[in-house]
Design a protein around this ligand. Sequence first.
Ligand SMILES: [Fe+2]
Length: 342
Amino acid sequence: VLRCCFQSQELDAFGRGGENLISSAKILIVDDDLESRLLLESLLRGEGLSVHAVSNGLDALESVERVQPDLLLLDVLMPDLDGVEVCRRVKTNPETRLIPLLLVTGLSATQDRVRGIEAGADGFLSKPFEPIELLARVRSLLALKAYTDELDRAESVLFTLARTIEERDPYTAGHCERLARRSVELARELGLGPGEIQALERAGIVHDIGKIAVPDSILLKPGPLAPEEWTVMRQHPVTGERICSPLRSLRPVLPIIRHHHERFDGSGYPDGLSGESIPLTARVLQVVDIYDALVTVRPYKRALSSREALETIRRETERGWLDPRVTAAFLRLCARDAPEPS
Ligand SMILES: [Fe+2]
Protein backbone atom coordinates (compact mmCIF):
# COMPACT_ATOMS: atom_id res chain seq x y z
CA VAL A 1 0.00 0.00 0.00
CA LEU A 2 1.33 3.45 0.80
CA ARG A 3 4.85 4.16 1.86
CA CYS A 4 3.86 7.23 3.82
CA CYS A 5 5.09 5.83 5.41
CA PHE A 6 13.89 17.41 30.66
CA GLN A 7 13.16 17.08 33.82
CA SER A 8 15.24 20.08 35.05
CA GLN A 9 17.19 19.67 38.23
CA GLU A 10 18.11 23.33 38.27
CA LEU A 11 14.64 24.63 38.84
CA ASP A 12 14.13 23.80 42.46
CA ALA A 13 12.01 26.65 43.81
CA PHE A 14 14.53 27.57 46.47
CA GLY A 15 17.64 26.02 44.99
CA ARG A 16 20.62 28.04 43.91
CA GLY A 17 20.28 26.98 40.27
CA GLY A 18 16.85 28.56 40.03
CA GLU A 19 18.06 31.93 41.34
CA ASN A 20 19.34 33.17 37.99
CA LEU A 21 16.14 32.31 36.20
CA ILE A 22 14.05 33.85 38.97
CA SER A 23 16.03 37.08 39.22
CA SER A 24 15.61 37.68 35.48
CA ALA A 25 11.83 37.25 35.80
CA LYS A 26 9.32 40.03 35.15
CA ILE A 27 6.43 40.56 37.55
CA LEU A 28 3.30 42.56 36.81
CA ILE A 29 1.49 44.08 39.80
CA VAL A 30 -2.11 45.19 39.33
CA ASP A 31 -3.65 47.12 42.21
CA ASP A 32 -5.81 50.26 42.28
CA ASP A 33 -4.60 51.14 45.77
CA LEU A 34 -1.40 53.20 45.50
CA GLU A 35 -0.14 52.30 48.97
CA SER A 36 -0.38 48.54 48.51
CA ARG A 37 1.03 48.82 44.97
CA LEU A 38 4.10 50.67 46.25
CA LEU A 39 4.53 48.19 49.09
CA LEU A 40 4.47 45.23 46.71
CA GLU A 41 6.83 46.98 44.30
CA SER A 42 9.40 47.80 46.96
CA LEU A 43 9.33 44.28 48.44
CA LEU A 44 9.87 42.65 45.07
CA ARG A 45 12.41 45.18 43.78
CA GLY A 46 14.28 44.60 47.05
CA GLU A 47 14.72 41.01 45.88
CA GLY A 48 16.22 42.20 42.60
CA LEU A 49 13.12 41.34 40.54
CA SER A 50 11.99 43.33 37.52
CA VAL A 51 8.62 44.87 38.42
CA HIS A 52 5.92 46.58 36.33
CA ALA A 53 2.86 48.05 37.99
CA VAL A 54 -0.53 49.23 36.75
CA SER A 55 -3.64 50.41 38.55
CA ASN A 56 -6.59 48.82 36.70
CA GLY A 57 -7.78 45.72 34.89
CA LEU A 58 -7.75 47.09 31.33
CA ASP A 59 -4.16 48.34 31.68
CA ALA A 60 -3.33 44.93 33.14
CA LEU A 61 -4.56 43.09 30.03
CA GLU A 62 -2.63 45.48 27.77
CA SER A 63 0.54 45.09 29.87
CA VAL A 64 0.26 41.29 29.89
CA GLU A 65 0.54 41.34 26.08
CA ARG A 66 3.26 44.00 25.96
CA VAL A 67 5.44 43.00 28.95
CA GLN A 68 4.81 39.22 28.81
CA PRO A 69 5.34 38.86 32.55
CA ASP A 70 6.43 35.66 34.27
CA LEU A 71 4.02 36.27 37.14
CA LEU A 72 0.90 38.34 37.74
CA LEU A 73 -0.03 39.72 41.17
CA LEU A 74 -3.64 40.81 40.90
CA ASP A 75 -5.71 42.71 43.41
CA VAL A 76 -9.26 41.30 43.46
CA LEU A 77 -11.22 44.43 44.29
CA MET A 78 -10.81 46.98 41.51
CA PRO A 79 -13.34 49.22 39.76
CA ASP A 80 -14.54 48.26 36.24
CA LEU A 81 -12.66 45.05 35.50
CA ASP A 82 -11.98 43.25 38.79
CA GLY A 83 -9.07 40.91 39.46
CA VAL A 84 -11.11 37.73 39.00
CA GLU A 85 -12.30 38.87 35.55
CA VAL A 86 -8.74 39.79 34.50
CA CYS A 87 -7.65 36.38 35.75
CA ARG A 88 -10.36 34.63 33.72
CA ARG A 89 -9.33 36.45 30.54
CA VAL A 90 -5.62 35.73 31.04
CA LYS A 91 -6.29 32.07 31.76
CA THR A 92 -8.59 31.51 28.78
CA ASN A 93 -6.15 33.02 26.29
CA PRO A 94 -3.87 30.25 24.92
CA GLU A 95 -1.05 32.82 24.58
CA THR A 96 -1.12 33.79 28.26
CA ARG A 97 -2.72 30.91 30.16
CA LEU A 98 0.60 29.54 31.41
CA ILE A 99 1.52 32.77 33.22
CA PRO A 100 1.20 32.02 36.96
CA LEU A 101 -1.28 34.29 38.68
CA LEU A 102 -1.67 35.15 42.35
CA LEU A 103 -4.85 36.90 43.52
CA VAL A 104 -4.28 39.39 46.33
CA THR A 105 -7.38 40.08 48.35
CA GLY A 106 -8.41 41.88 51.48
CA LEU A 107 -11.39 39.63 51.75
CA SER A 108 -11.34 36.22 53.31
CA ALA A 109 -14.80 35.41 51.93
CA THR A 110 -14.92 31.86 50.61
CA GLN A 111 -17.06 33.03 47.71
CA ASP A 112 -14.22 35.17 46.29
CA ARG A 113 -11.77 32.31 46.55
CA VAL A 114 -14.16 29.99 44.77
CA ARG A 115 -14.61 32.55 41.98
CA GLY A 116 -10.83 32.91 41.79
CA ILE A 117 -10.24 29.17 41.58
CA GLU A 118 -12.90 28.84 38.89
CA ALA A 119 -11.21 31.65 36.95
CA GLY A 120 -7.93 29.70 37.01
CA ALA A 121 -5.92 31.52 39.73
CA ASP A 122 -2.77 29.68 40.82
CA GLY A 123 -2.96 30.94 44.41
CA PHE A 124 -4.17 33.58 46.87
CA LEU A 125 -2.53 36.02 49.18
CA SER A 126 -4.62 37.65 51.92
CA LYS A 127 -4.06 41.25 52.91
CA PRO A 128 -2.41 42.12 55.17
CA PHE A 129 0.30 39.65 54.15
CA GLU A 130 3.62 38.78 55.69
CA PRO A 131 6.48 39.75 53.32
CA ILE A 132 8.11 36.38 53.91
CA GLU A 133 4.95 34.60 52.70
CA LEU A 134 4.68 36.84 49.64
CA LEU A 135 8.29 36.16 48.64
CA ALA A 136 7.96 32.42 49.20
CA ARG A 137 4.88 32.25 46.94
CA VAL A 138 6.47 34.44 44.29
CA ARG A 139 9.60 32.29 44.17
CA SER A 140 7.61 29.09 44.01
CA LEU A 141 5.42 30.32 41.12
CA LEU A 142 8.42 31.74 39.22
CA ALA A 143 10.15 28.38 39.50
CA LEU A 144 7.03 26.75 38.06
CA LYS A 145 7.00 29.27 35.20
CA ALA A 146 10.67 28.63 34.41
CA TYR A 147 9.90 24.92 34.29
CA THR A 148 6.92 25.28 31.92
CA ASP A 149 9.00 27.63 29.72
CA GLU A 150 11.64 24.97 29.42
CA LEU A 151 9.07 22.34 28.46
CA ASP A 152 7.58 24.78 25.96
CA ARG A 153 10.98 25.27 24.34
CA ALA A 154 11.64 21.53 24.17
CA GLU A 155 8.28 20.98 22.51
CA SER A 156 8.88 23.76 19.99
CA VAL A 157 12.20 22.15 19.04
CA LEU A 158 10.46 18.84 18.34
CA PHE A 159 7.66 20.47 16.35
CA THR A 160 10.18 22.44 14.29
CA LEU A 161 12.15 19.26 13.69
CA ALA A 162 8.98 17.49 12.53
CA ARG A 163 8.21 20.27 10.04
CA THR A 164 11.81 20.22 8.79
CA ILE A 165 11.53 16.51 8.09
CA GLU A 166 8.33 17.16 6.18
CA GLU A 167 10.17 19.77 4.08
CA ARG A 168 12.83 17.21 3.16
CA ASP A 169 10.18 15.58 1.05
CA PRO A 170 8.71 18.16 -1.32
CA TYR A 171 5.85 15.80 -2.12
CA THR A 172 4.48 15.96 1.41
CA ALA A 173 4.35 19.77 1.81
CA GLY A 174 1.49 20.78 4.11
CA HIS A 175 0.73 17.11 4.92
CA CYS A 176 1.25 17.56 8.69
CA GLU A 177 -1.01 20.60 9.02
CA ARG A 178 -3.76 18.95 6.96
CA LEU A 179 -3.43 15.80 9.02
CA ALA A 180 -3.69 17.70 12.31
CA ARG A 181 -6.80 19.57 11.15
CA ARG A 182 -8.56 16.59 9.60
CA SER A 183 -7.77 14.22 12.49
CA VAL A 184 -9.37 16.68 14.90
CA GLU A 185 -12.50 16.81 12.72
CA LEU A 186 -12.68 13.02 12.56
CA ALA A 187 -12.13 12.72 16.33
CA ARG A 188 -15.05 15.10 16.91
CA GLU A 189 -17.20 13.09 14.50
CA LEU A 190 -16.44 9.98 16.60
CA GLY A 191 -17.25 11.83 19.84
CA LEU A 192 -13.72 11.62 21.31
CA GLY A 193 -12.85 13.72 24.39
CA PRO A 194 -10.79 16.92 24.54
CA GLY A 195 -7.62 15.09 25.68
CA GLU A 196 -7.73 12.73 22.70
CA ILE A 197 -8.53 15.57 20.32
CA GLN A 198 -5.55 17.57 21.56
CA ALA A 199 -3.28 14.51 21.26
CA LEU A 200 -4.40 14.01 17.65
CA GLU A 201 -3.79 17.63 16.74
CA ARG A 202 -0.20 17.33 17.94
CA ALA A 203 0.27 13.86 16.51
CA GLY A 204 -0.66 15.24 13.11
CA ILE A 205 2.53 17.29 13.25
CA VAL A 206 4.96 14.87 14.93
CA HIS A 207 3.72 11.40 13.90
CA ASP A 208 6.44 10.89 11.27
CA ILE A 209 9.30 12.53 13.21
CA GLY A 210 11.03 9.12 13.23
CA LYS A 211 11.64 9.53 9.49
CA ILE A 212 14.67 11.57 10.50
CA ALA A 213 16.42 8.19 10.67
CA VAL A 214 15.29 7.17 7.16
CA PRO A 215 17.86 8.15 4.49
CA ASP A 216 16.74 10.25 1.50
CA SER A 217 17.66 7.36 -0.81
CA ILE A 218 14.75 5.43 0.73
CA LEU A 219 12.40 8.28 1.65
CA LEU A 220 12.50 9.85 -1.83
CA LYS A 221 12.99 6.69 -3.90
CA PRO A 222 10.85 6.93 -7.02
CA GLY A 223 10.29 3.17 -7.35
CA PRO A 224 9.11 0.41 -5.00
CA LEU A 225 11.22 -0.26 -1.92
CA ALA A 226 13.41 -3.35 -1.62
CA PRO A 227 12.70 -5.59 1.43
CA GLU A 228 15.74 -4.27 3.33
CA GLU A 229 14.63 -0.69 2.60
CA TRP A 230 11.18 -1.52 3.99
CA THR A 231 12.86 -2.77 7.15
CA VAL A 232 14.40 0.70 7.62
CA MET A 233 11.14 2.50 6.77
CA ARG A 234 9.17 0.38 9.23
CA GLN A 235 11.34 1.57 12.06
CA HIS A 236 10.05 5.16 11.86
CA PRO A 237 7.14 4.78 14.35
CA VAL A 238 9.48 3.28 16.97
CA THR A 239 12.17 5.91 16.37
CA GLY A 240 9.54 8.66 16.57
CA GLU A 241 8.20 7.35 19.86
CA ARG A 242 11.76 7.27 21.27
CA ILE A 243 12.45 10.87 20.19
CA CYS A 244 9.27 12.19 21.84
CA SER A 245 9.19 9.97 24.95
CA PRO A 246 11.35 12.19 27.25
CA LEU A 247 8.66 14.88 27.11
CA ARG A 248 5.95 14.12 29.64
CA SER A 249 3.60 16.56 27.90
CA LEU A 250 3.73 14.41 24.74
CA ARG A 251 2.79 11.17 26.54
CA PRO A 252 -0.76 11.00 25.12
CA VAL A 253 0.76 11.40 21.63
CA LEU A 254 3.21 8.48 21.92
CA PRO A 255 0.70 5.65 21.23
CA ILE A 256 -0.41 7.46 18.07
CA ILE A 257 3.17 7.84 16.85
CA ARG A 258 4.00 4.20 17.56
CA HIS A 259 0.82 2.61 16.21
CA HIS A 260 -0.24 4.72 13.21
CA HIS A 261 0.81 1.94 10.79
CA GLU A 262 -0.85 -1.00 12.57
CA ARG A 263 -3.69 -2.69 10.69
CA PHE A 264 -7.04 -3.71 12.11
CA ASP A 265 -6.42 -7.37 11.13
CA GLY A 266 -3.00 -7.43 12.82
CA SER A 267 -0.91 -7.31 9.62
CA GLY A 268 0.60 -3.85 10.25
CA TYR A 269 3.72 -2.67 12.03
CA PRO A 270 5.61 -2.25 14.33
CA ASP A 271 3.81 -4.49 16.86
CA GLY A 272 1.21 -6.35 14.76
CA LEU A 273 -1.59 -5.16 17.07
CA SER A 274 -5.14 -5.86 15.92
CA GLY A 275 -8.70 -4.57 16.47
CA GLU A 276 -9.45 -2.59 19.59
CA SER A 277 -5.95 -3.17 20.96
CA ILE A 278 -4.76 -0.52 18.49
CA PRO A 279 -5.36 2.82 20.25
CA LEU A 280 -8.45 4.49 18.74
CA THR A 281 -6.52 7.74 18.28
CA ALA A 282 -3.95 5.87 16.14
CA ARG A 283 -6.76 4.36 14.02
CA VAL A 284 -8.17 7.86 13.50
CA LEU A 285 -4.86 9.37 12.40
CA GLN A 286 -4.18 6.40 10.12
CA VAL A 287 -7.31 6.83 7.98
CA VAL A 288 -6.66 10.55 7.55
CA ASP A 289 -2.96 9.87 6.83
CA ILE A 290 -3.78 7.32 4.11
CA TYR A 291 -6.39 9.57 2.51
CA ASP A 292 -4.02 12.54 2.38
CA ALA A 293 -1.23 10.41 0.90
CA LEU A 294 -3.59 9.00 -1.74
CA VAL A 295 -4.78 12.39 -2.96
CA THR A 296 -1.21 13.77 -3.07
CA VAL A 297 1.31 13.10 -5.83
CA ARG A 298 4.33 11.10 -4.61
CA PRO A 299 7.58 10.13 -6.36
CA TYR A 300 6.16 6.63 -6.94
CA LYS A 301 2.51 7.40 -7.75
CA ARG A 302 0.08 9.94 -9.17
CA ALA A 303 -2.46 11.82 -7.07
CA LEU A 304 -5.84 10.10 -6.89
CA SER A 305 -9.08 12.03 -7.00
CA SER A 306 -11.03 12.27 -3.76
CA ARG A 307 -13.55 9.73 -5.08
CA GLU A 308 -10.78 7.24 -6.02
CA ALA A 309 -9.08 7.73 -2.65
CA LEU A 310 -12.31 7.06 -0.74
CA GLU A 311 -12.90 3.97 -2.88
CA THR A 312 -9.40 2.73 -1.97
CA ILE A 313 -10.11 3.33 1.71
CA ARG A 314 -13.39 1.39 1.41
CA ARG A 315 -11.50 -1.50 -0.23
CA GLU A 316 -8.78 -1.49 2.43
CA THR A 317 -11.49 -1.56 5.11
CA GLU A 318 -13.16 -4.57 3.43
CA ARG A 319 -9.77 -6.34 3.37
CA GLY A 320 -9.69 -5.89 7.14
CA TRP A 321 -6.90 -3.31 7.30
CA LEU A 322 -8.87 -0.37 8.68
CA ASP A 323 -11.40 -0.01 11.49
CA PRO A 324 -14.87 -0.01 9.82
CA ARG A 325 -16.28 2.37 12.44
CA VAL A 326 -13.53 4.94 11.85
CA THR A 327 -13.82 4.56 8.07
CA ALA A 328 -17.60 5.07 8.24
CA ALA A 329 -17.13 8.27 10.27
CA PHE A 330 -14.50 9.51 7.79
CA LEU A 331 -16.79 8.82 4.83
CA ARG A 332 -19.59 10.74 6.58
CA LEU A 333 -17.22 13.64 7.16
CA CYS A 334 -16.09 13.72 3.52
CA ALA A 335 -19.67 13.40 2.24
CA ARG A 336 -20.68 16.42 4.32
CA ASP A 337 -17.73 18.49 3.08
CA ALA A 338 -18.05 17.59 -0.59
CA PRO A 339 -21.16 15.54 -1.43
CA GLU A 340 -20.50 13.11 -4.31
CA PRO A 341 -22.69 13.79 -7.35
CA SER A 342 -25.51 11.23 -7.65
FE1 LIG B 1 4.21 7.19 9.16
